[in-house]
Design a protein around this ligand. Structure first.
Ligand code: SF4
Ligand code: FES
Length: 260
């Protein structure tokens, strides 16, 4: 296959960016999308040009490092598929592809297709952990957990923190990511002692990072490569409201805005 790529090139966070056109020639349908970019980059390096910067690590859909907008869709055209798991058989000879980084104020561009997703790390650091003493590692099945809750917690834990939900949302909201992280811990017995404090802190940090509000477009769920359900947002909102009422306070974080 031969394809035309219009790629967002931006030398650094403070530089202006622009689309630059490249030809990807003799692309095998068996290549992954990132392998196709590797080949394009080899050609650029041989010509003495700067290779296209893009993020990746595991290349097997589990780390969340990869991600770019391909023809307007985060991670590209296939549902529940990360950019690294996308293969060129999903495209046709002669296709024209527009590659862009995630677009969100809270995810500043580092270079080309790479954005800084440190905002997600700070949301996790604000409360995405269990610090209550829970004793030594229990035997398997020693703590009874309802099957329904175990399944839901596992569904929420599937979030890989890629940021596609933010990129897909017209408001650049991080509600789906934050809801997945809050729900995953809040559904398990070990997560109960800090459940309300966790919701307060993580939502406050999410607001402080400059993400937008949720206005129920559901684009996040459609773009999520792990199929995280927007039902977790309702669960997060319930936890947050309950925490606000019972604690009588909100955790103060500089620059706090309003969450949807
Ligand atoms: S909720 Fe889905 S799209 Fe958002 S960060 Fe998690 S895995 Fe990525
Ligand atoms: S590189 Fe790890 S999920 Fe794509």
């Amino acid at each position: 296959m031969n394809l035309t790529l219009h790629v967002w090139r931006q030398p650094g966070p403070r530089d202006a960016g622009r689309f630059v056109t490249y030809q990807a020639r003799d692309v095998s349908s068996d290549m992954s999308f990132l392998e196709m970019l590797d080949v394009v980059n080899e050609g650029l390096i041989l010509k003495g040009e700067e290779p296209i910067a893009f993020d990746h690590d595991c290349r097997e859909g589990i780390c969340g490092a990869c991600g770019m907008v391909i023809n307007g869709r985060p991670h590209g055209p296939r549902e529940r598929t990360t950019a690294c798991q996308l293969h060129m058989r999903s495209f046709r000879d002669g296709d024209v592809l527009w590659l862009e980084p995630w677009r969100a104020r809270a995810f500043p561009v580092v270079k080309d297709l790479i954005v800084d997703r440190g905002a997600f790390d700070r949301i996790i650091a604000a409360g995405g952990f269990i610090s209550a003493p829970i004793g030594s590692a229990p035997d398997a099945n020693a703590i009874p957990i309802r099957k329904e809750n175990a399944d839901l917690a596992m569904d929420a834990a599937a979030c890989i923190g890629c940021g596609a939900c933010v990129a897909a949302c017209p408001n650049a909201s991080a509600m789906l990511f934050t809801a997945a992280k809050i729900s995953h811990l809040g559904l398990l017995p070990q997560g109960q002692p800090e459940r309300h404090e966790r919701a307060l802190r993580m939502v406050a940090q999410m607001d402080a990072e400059g993400f937008g509000s949720c206005t129920n477009h559901n684009e996040c769920q459609a773009a999520c490569p792990k199929g995280i359900s927007v039902a977790f947002i309702a669960r997060m909102n319930a936890d947050f409201i309950r925490a606000t009422v019972t604690s009588g306070r909100r955790v103060a974080v500089a620059g706090e805005g309003g969450s949807g």
